[in-house]
Every structure is written in structure tokens, then in C-alpha cells.
Design a protein around this ligand. Structure first.
Ligand code: ZN
Length: 250
């Protein structure tokens, strides 16, 4: 790190748990963020400001006026622009030293696999089960840790899925063949700061996993009811019969 970097990241370097060594791990890391919306905005903000060396933002959507109530990467004058271009412009202003890759596409199949394989960590900031399952499959296949978040109305949830340790994958908790009601904020609404809370926690968990700090939320699902601001923590074990990770050996 040069003198400017030592200054920029000094409040991280002061942390015993992080230090120069941890900050160097962040600078060497590649975070793949699926979704540049409500959750992806705060997550990307903190990963960029904290100095994650390479961030790939993936989203095929454009900025809409209805997004601006909570998707803080974007601005009024960028309505109509691709979200990833808007996100990249914001992030690069905060930290011009890191590399931001903006992919204006909906990734799946081989393309998704390729991207996940190149990442140190994946943040699922999407808003639908099909994407969540596809991202989970790719993360299990390439043994890349996944930080998963969701938020709708006043209800939020977050967990870390990391099959490098004895912990469940997303499909252990939410099997692919089980029908869940697809609830999204487009029809149900979402409380603006809720996505900020959950997205910021996704960034915190991602930074912890990259730097090897503390205990990540692997094997635990946190649920937030923002009406009462009550958190519940559910312990989740690996399902040996899971169709996605059941065959993966520790
Ligand atoms: Zn599983």
C-alpha cells in the first residue's frame, strides 16, 4: 500500500482484527454483486469505500423514478440509464483506486458460472427465487461463499452460505422444488431504510469473510421485523439430502 492508501484505509488498519494484512486481503479480493438495486446499493457502497479491489456489478435493469426512494447508488438525473453504469459512476467517485466492472446483463448458465468462479465472494442482492437458486448453485459448484439478503415490506433476512465449512447452502433452507410465494417490492412495497440495513449487513459479512474476521453468519439465518425492530436468529444445519450441496464433501 502507498501512503495515500494507508491514509484512506487508516481507520480499518487501526482495527486489531483487520490491520494491514486484512486490508491487503480486501484490496486483493473480487466481489461479485448480483443486483444494483435496494440491497446492492448499500452493499456496493461499503465494499467500494472499504477498498475491495475489484467489484463486479451485474444488473440488466435501468434506473426508474420508483427506484430512487431506496436505491441510493442512483440519482434523479440518471433515470433511464443502466443501473450498473449509474452504480459504477457513483462508486468510482468514492474510490477511484479500485476496479469496478459494470455488466448490463441478466446472467445465467455458463456465464454466471464463469463469473462466480472468478470471484472471492458473491453477494446476492437480487429480488427473485430463480436468480437466488442459480447463484446458489454456481457458488456451491465453485465453493465460493455467498452472502444472501432479502427485503420486502418491513421484513428482512440475511445469511451466509459457505459450503467450504460445515454449513448449509441456500437450497438446504429453501429447496428448489418447494413453492415459495414470490413477493417483491414492486407489488408489496418496501420500507426504504430496510434495504439499507440488510444491504449494509451483507457488506459487513462479505468483508468479514474476505478478511477472516470473527464468526460469519454461516449456519444462521437472521430475520428482521423492522416494525418492532426485533431480530430473530434461526440455526440452520446442512441438509444431507439437499439436491444442490448434498454431494459436496467437506
Ligand atoms: Zn444445500
Amino acid at each position: 500500500m502507498n501512503d495515500q492508501q494507508l491514509l484512506r484505509y487508516s481507520r480499518h488498519i487501526l482495527l486489531d482484527e483487520l490491520d494491514i494484512e486484512g486490508q491487503e486481503k480486501l484490496l486483493a479480493a473480487h466481489a461479485l454483486i448480483i443486483g444494483a438495486g435496494g440491497l446492492g446499493s448499500p452493499a456496493a457502497f461499503y465494499l467500494a469505500s472499504a477498498g475491495v479491489g475489484k467489484i463486479t456489478l451485474v444488473d440488466d435493469d435501468t434506473v426508474d423514478l420508483t427506484n430512487l426512494q431506496r436505491q441510493i447508488l442512483h440519482t434523479t438525473e440518471r433515470v433511464g440509464q443502466p443501473k450498473v453504469a449509474s452504480g459504477k459512476a457513483t462508486l468510482q467517485k468514492i474510490n477511484p483506486e479500485i476496479e469496478i466492472v459494470a455488466l448490463n446483463e441478466r446472467v445465467s448458465g455458463g456465464r454466471l458460472n464463469e463469473l462466480v468462479a472468478s470471484a472471492s465472494i458473491v453477494l446476492d442482492c437480487s429480488d427473485n427465487f430463480a436468480t437466488r437458486h442459480a447463484v446458489n448453485r454456481a457458488c456451491v459448484a465453485h465453493r465460493v461463499p455467498l452472502v444472501s439478503g432479502a427485503a420486502v415490506r418491513f421484513d428482512g433476512q440475511i445469511s451466509v452460505f459457505d459450503t467450504r465449512r460445515d454449513a448449509p447452502c441456500y437450497a438446504c433452507l429453501f429447496p428448489e422444488d418447494q413453492q415459495f410465494d414470490e413477493v417483491n417490492c414492486g407489488t408489496m412495497g418496501v420500507f426504504a431504510p430496510l434495504v439499507g440495513i440488510i444491504g449494509s449487513m451483507q457488506a459487513a459479512e462479505a468483508l468479514k469473510v474476505i478478511a477472516g474476521i470473527g464468526e460469519p453468519l454461516a449456519g444462521r439465518l437472521l430475520l428482521l421485523d423492522a416494525r418492532s425492530m426485533e431480530w430473530s436468529s434461526i440455526k440452520a444445519a446442512r441438509n444431507p439430502a439437499c439436491k444442490v450441496c448434498g454431494h459436496v464433501h467437506l
